[in-house]
Design a protein around this ligand. Structure first.
Ligand code: PLP
Ligand code: COI
Length: 354
């Protein structure tokens, strides 16, 4: 447990709540009234504060703009039937942010700023939390370098922030995905397991190509043999082959250790399913498809929750999948959403009450 610190708040003069179209939320379109901010200067965290969501002043030499020392997290908060607000597994995101910080030569963010600060921020803006199916308050903590310098080195100044906003489902429809053969996302020793902006920047050309060809996303392959599947742009990937649920393992550091992935593995196992974390090749997936054993394919992530894949293409081979028949993951999606909304009792102790 961490000590609760009362963070100074500058309140917004006029709430932006009336501007939110709760019937048409989309993702990342609306931002709540307040933001949390803290500065790391001379080896210390200072000036933790909450103030109205607004522009940040910065100079052109701001080091993050040049060398991309920036990391982020993605989380969700839900309101339960009694109006209580719960954040899903915030301590896991705090730990992952600090693992990312270590790899990117950035300072550690204290738990009381990350978790306690987040709770205070959400308490202020809880009216922004929507209540429809698969809707939530999306939480975006992030840390970036703020030193004014063009020297290539770890910066000596950073800003940590949290912004939030109401969101709907990230993917409205089951996804059509193709297996990326030309570009790679991550190699062992690189930053694949780190939630840093550069990974996403490097993926954008590939996503744009996919979209031109009528696909929603790409499935990344390993950078060495181009044979083993890794993950999708903003989610981990699962395949149900026969009665086994298989997802790539995390051992070579090329895949983000998704908190949804980790939660689903535990929930599937508890529900009596066989789960394997291991390397899985595209050939194995194609073989399973041809023999009728590829039963379910889905991605997992905070923004995406569970998103089904209805088409998977590798070279010229197209695998069409029947999403209506994906009953195991559909049932689990409901269980996960119910869990986050505190409908099923907090059996694993994953909910943090605001
Ligand atoms: N992989 C990538 C590249 C992601 O951006 C995300 C989203 O955060 C995930 C996987 C899923 O991680 P989590 O379940 O922690 O949101
Ligand atoms: C999340 O699922 O929270 C993510 O961070 C994915 C994001 C890139 C939209």
């Amino acid at each position: 447990m961490v000590e609760a610190v009362q963070i100074p708040v500058e309140h917004i003069k006029e709430s932006k709540l009336p501007q939110v179209d709760f019937k048409n939320l989309g993702f990342g379109k609306y931002f709540s009234d307040h933001m949390l901010e803290a500065d790391y200067v001379n080896g210390e965290w200072t000036s933790v504060r909450i103030r109205p969501y607004q522009e940040l002043g910065f100079l052109p030499a701001l080091s993050v703009l040049h060398y991309s020392q920036t990391i982020f997290e993605g989380q969700k908060a839900h309101k339960d039937e009694n109006g209580n607000v719960h954040i899903f597994r915030p301590h896991e995101n705090w730990k992952r942010l600090n693992r990312s910080a270590e790899r990117m030569a950035m300072p550690q963010v204290p738990e009381e700023i990350f978790v306690e600060g987040m709770k205070q921020l959400i308490e202020l803006d809880k009216d922004f939390i929507p209540s429809g199916y698969d809707e939530s308050l999306y939480i975006r903590p992030f840390l970036f370098a703020t030193e004014e310098t063009l020297g290539v080195k770890a910066a000596n100044a950073y800003k940590f922030m949290i912004i939030t906003g109401p969101v709907g489902a990230y993917f409205a429809e089951p996804a059509r995905i193709y297996v990326e053969e030309k570009f790679t996302r991550a190699a062992p020793g690189g930053t694949g397991a780190v939630k840093t902006g550069g990974n996403y920047a490097a993926s954008l050309l590939s996503s744009a190509e996919a979209r031109k060809q009528g696909y929603d996303q790409v499935l990344w392959m390993d950078a060495i043999e181009h044979k083993y599947v890794q993950e999708v742009g903003a989610m981990n990937i699962f395949f149900m082959i026969g009665d086994k649920i298989i997802t790539p393992d995390l051992s070579d550091g090329t895949i983000l250790a998704g908190i949804t992935r980790m939660s689903l593995i535990e929930m599937f196992k508890d529900a009596g399913h066989k789960v394997e974390e291991r390397r899985i090749s595209i050939d194995e997936i194609i073989e399973a498809y041809k023999s009728g054993q590829l039963k379910e394919v889905f991605g997992s992530g905070t923004a995406a929750t569970i998103s089904h894949v209805k088409e998977l293409k590798y070279k010229d081979f197209v695998m069409e999948l029947d999403v209506d028949a994906m009953t195991v993951s559909s049932q689990m999606k409901k269980e996960l959403l119910d869990y986050k909304e505190n409908k099923s009792g907090d059996k694993y102790g994953w909910l943090e009450r605001v």
